[in-house]
Ligand binder design. Structure first.
Ligand code: C2O
Ligand code: CU
Ligand code: CU
Length: 516
């Protein structure tokens, strides 16, 4: 059954009760905790120092629960490799990676190597899991360009929960031949920052409990964590730093910038360095995306400081009249969550404490990008991103607690994810254009497994600095169509395309494609 939001509202005020067996509207009302509406207090700085994740030194990666000490409180988290965040894996391009995942959780898990091109059976498809108490052996060659990739669990309907609870880490590929000559900041001046928001301010716990409204928007938080530490600080020298930033949130789109408005340079995106540095004062980064930036702190006074934030923003959107769902009224109006996209939140503070002795010039040209040309594409596929009335099975995450019926679900081409169904068949070696058409009023960061792509065009506005270079995740704004070009010439087998708003993914906004 296909319906739009206006129809849904009419249903909700009348026949939805019958339609949904009485459960739907009730759950909807329960999830609209009106008392919440003004309750979200964005957490401020904690005065805690930034932590760097440990570096992985080979061997087993245990998945299990872990007690974290945050602000003198014991927080129960889930960890990979005994740490939140999980250890950073650093390998050279061409290396052979191998690690055993040992699952000590009481639920199934696996690892997906986000952005890396790996054999289908190693990719962390939800059918390939380590059962509770079980294990899974990962082996693959590191084929991809130098860059900042990451890893996180990908079990059926449980990706958001496990990632939120702390299971995520960086996988950095190095390639001295490609990067050394550029003289980019290295060692302690090359700093990974994994950004995740959580509902932590009031509760001082990690609780993953999305209501129905949260499944619509994603589980947005009130506190920004950096490398597992809430709103920390870092002491720096007054020189140039390279920051490798991952938006590791389940749903929050971030507009990254400094409180004093100072400029910085984008040098890399999901698949490594871009061809030319781009000077900006902010960048929009959606869940799953990475951006590498060079920041020069020399304009900040010695012993001064500068706050790094996600700034206020409104996502570009098609005019309400041209979207089938009528913009911000309709579903979002009814299913209003107190948590919102686009809200300003402090991320971390940089304190300028030391005089630099390094001379770092911002390189203008970086690494050449091989352009895929639209003329080489042999096929164009469209992926319509929508919300539709669909049935759902009771009790399943992320709709835990509800007992089944019909409700709005996130679909691609009218379908919810099915584990074994092959939705798209792709000829090995082909170059294709994929068109993501956002038919609704929520942002969808679309992610493709098994290959990297390039963004060709946006229907609203122009390409941003983080759309440049090689990508595996691209933000598709409300009402927008984004075209990307991809080539499937590394591996055959089954891979996934999905929304990286992890609540949407777990809700079924994911398809299988097979390269054969
Ligand atoms: Cu990072 Cu299939 O996801
Ligand atoms: Cu991925
Ligand atoms: Cu989505």
């Amino acid at each position: 059954m296909n319906t739009n939001r206006r129809t849904f509202l009419q249903l909700a005020s009348g026949s939805a009760l019958a339609l949904a067996g009485g459960n739907f509207l009730q759950s909807c009302m329960n999830s609209m905790n009106m008392g919440d509406m003004s309750d979200v207090v964005i957490a401020g700085e904690t005065g805690l120092p930034l932590r760097l994740p440990p570096v992985w030194n080979g061997g087993t990666i245990n998945a299990g629960s872990l007690n974290l000490d945050v602000q003198g409180k014991t927080i129960q988290a889930w960890a990979m490799g005994g740490s939140v965040l999980a250890p950073t894996i650093r390998l050279r391009k061409g290396a052979a990676f191998s690690a055993q995942l040992q699952n000590q959780l009481s639920t199934e898990t696996n690892i997906h190597w986000h952005g890396l091109t790996v054999p289908s059976t190693m990719d962390g498809h939800p059918k390939d899991v380590a059962k509770a108490g079980g294990s899974f052996a990962y082996n693959f060659p590191v084929l991809d360009r130098a860059g900042t990739y990451w890893y996180h669990p990908h079990p059926h309907k449980n990706t958001a929960r496990q990632t939120y609870m702390g299971m995520a880490g960086l996988f950095i590929v190095e390639d001295p031949a490609a990067e050394t000559a550029l003289g980019l900041p290295s060692g302690e001046f090359d700093v990974p920052l994994v950004l995740q928001d959580k509902r932590f301010g009031q509760v001082k716990r990690f609780v993953y409990a999305p209501s129905m409204a949260d499944v619509m928007t994603g589980y947005l938080g009130d506190t920004m964590f950096v490398n597992g530490v809430p709103v920390p600080y870092l002491d720096v020298e007054n020189g140039v730093y390279r920051f490798r930033i991952l938006n590791g949130a389940t749903a929050r789109v971030m507009k990254l910038g400094f409180e004093n408005g100072m400029a910085f340079h984008v040098i890399g995106t999901d698949g490594g360095l871009i061809d030319a540095a781009e000077r900006v004062t902010s960048v929009i980064l959606s869940p799953g995306e990475r951006v590498e930036i060079l920041v020069d702190f020399s304009s900040v006074a010695m012993n001064g400081s500068v706050l790094f934030k996600t700034l206020d923003f409104t996502l570009p959107a098609a005019p309400a009249s041209s979207t089938p769902h009528g913009g911000m009224n309709g579903m979002s109006g009814m299913m209003m969550s107190a948590y919102k996209q686009g809200v300003a939140m402090p991320i971390m503070r940089f304190n300028i404490k030391r005089q630099t002795s390094r001379q770092v010039a911002i390189p203008t040209t970086l690494t050449p990008i091989e352009r895929l040309s639209a003329g080489a594409a042999t096929k164009t596929r469209t992926f319509a991103l929508n919300m539709e009335m669909m049935s759902f099975e009771g009790g399943s995450s992320p709709h835990g607690g509800m007992s089944g019926g019909e409700m709005m679900r996130h679909t691609i081409n009218g379908k919810l994810f099915a584990m074994e169904r092959v939705d798209e068949k792709i000829a090995f070696g082909a170059t294709e254009i994929w068109e993501f058409q956002n038919k609704g009023d929520e942002p969808h960061p679309m992610h493709v497994h098994g290959t990297q792509f390039q963004v060709l065009s946006r229907s609203i506005g122009t390409l941003t600095a983080v759309d440049k270079g090689w990508k595996d995740t691209v933000l598709v704004n409300p009402g927008e169509t984004v075209r990307v070009i991809l080539r499937f010439d590394k591996y055959r087998g089954l891979y996934l395309v999905h929304c990286h708003n992890l609540e949407h993914e777990d809700d079924g906004m994911m398809l299988n494609f097979e390269v054969a």
